[in-house]
Design a protein around this ligand. Structure first.
Ligand code: SF4
Ligand code: SF4
Length: 243
């Protein structure tokens, strides 16, 4: 998921640049998990803004699982509040930049062109939870986990080396650049040893091909049947005992 943290309130006010009427829109995905844009955070930020004299025209909190970056979902919430979007001076997106720009493009296409920015700083694809998360993937477009025991050297090694470890690895197996972190290549070695595939380390891996990371990338997929998927989600939620 997309790790993120909220910007300092002073920076948010600075970006608002005097705008008075605000629309706040959160996200039911990563922003809810990272507490940067769930329903509670939308209400908290709305109150802080109102205390500084701003007028919050809409507090759009998306329930958990409803993603801002997925247009078939977010457009429904936008439409529900379209008059507020038309009337506001600025839109504050409490999501990652992906969700923010998905909504911005939708509004632009409808001719509702407003100052819009993200109140969160995105910190990269990260996994874990419920409280500890760490970056796992750069989205390089050419996954090499098959060659590296399922541990991503591009993300976990401070130098993104495809052949390691470097000469600076510490005797205790920690990274030269950050002594708090395990060297990625020591971890790769240990895991290959468990898999009985240490000989893979003898093969020289080519420098990573970053051409698949050239931006902006685009992908076309067959659309999911959202109602069918939501019905499955409903059954899964009920199976968890949530009524
Ligand atoms: S090799 Fe690329 S796609 Fe695979 S985990 Fe690392 S950054 Fe992500
Ligand atoms: S010590 Fe290991 S993780 Fe750190 S830069 Fe060198 S190879 Fe990469």
């Amino acid at each position: 998921m997309n790790a993120q943290e909220q910007k300092p309130f002073e920076e948010i006010l600075e970006h608002l640049n005097g705008a008075k009427k605000i629309v706040l829109m959160g996200c039911g995905g990563c922003a809810t998990i990272f507490r940067t844009g769930g329903i509670k955070e939308v209400n908290d930020l709305a109150e802080r803004l109102e205390n500084t004299g701003k007028e919050v025209l809409a507090r759009i909190g998306l329930p958990f699982g409803f993603l801002c970056c997925y247009l078939p979902v977010s457009s429904k919430f936008v439409e529900e509040h379209i008059e507020a979007f038309k009337a506001c001076d600025a839109v504050l997106m409490m999501s990652c930049g992906d969700g923010a720009q998905t909504v911005r493009e939708y509004l632009d296409e409808k001719g509702v062109v407003k100052p819009l920015f993200c109140v969160n700083n995105a910190l990269g694809y990260s996994g874990g939870g419920p409280t500890q998360f760490h970056e796992e993937c750069l989205g390089c477009g050419d996954c090499k986990l098959a060659l590296t025991a399922g541990i991503c050297p591009l993300t976990q090694c401070s130098k993104s080396l495809m052949n390691g470890p470097c000469g600076g690895v510490r005797p205790d197996g920690k990274c030269e650049v950050d002594p708090e972190r395990d060297c990625a290549w020591v971890q790769i070695y240990k895991r290959l040893e468990k898999l009985g595939k240490v000989d893979l380390l003898l093969e020289m891996r080519e420098p990573h091909d970053w051409s698949r990371a050239a931006r902006p990338r685009r992908e076309e997929v067959e659309s999911i049947d959202m109602m069918e998927e939501l019905a499955r989600t409903k059954r899964a939620i009920e199976a968890l005992g949530v009524r």
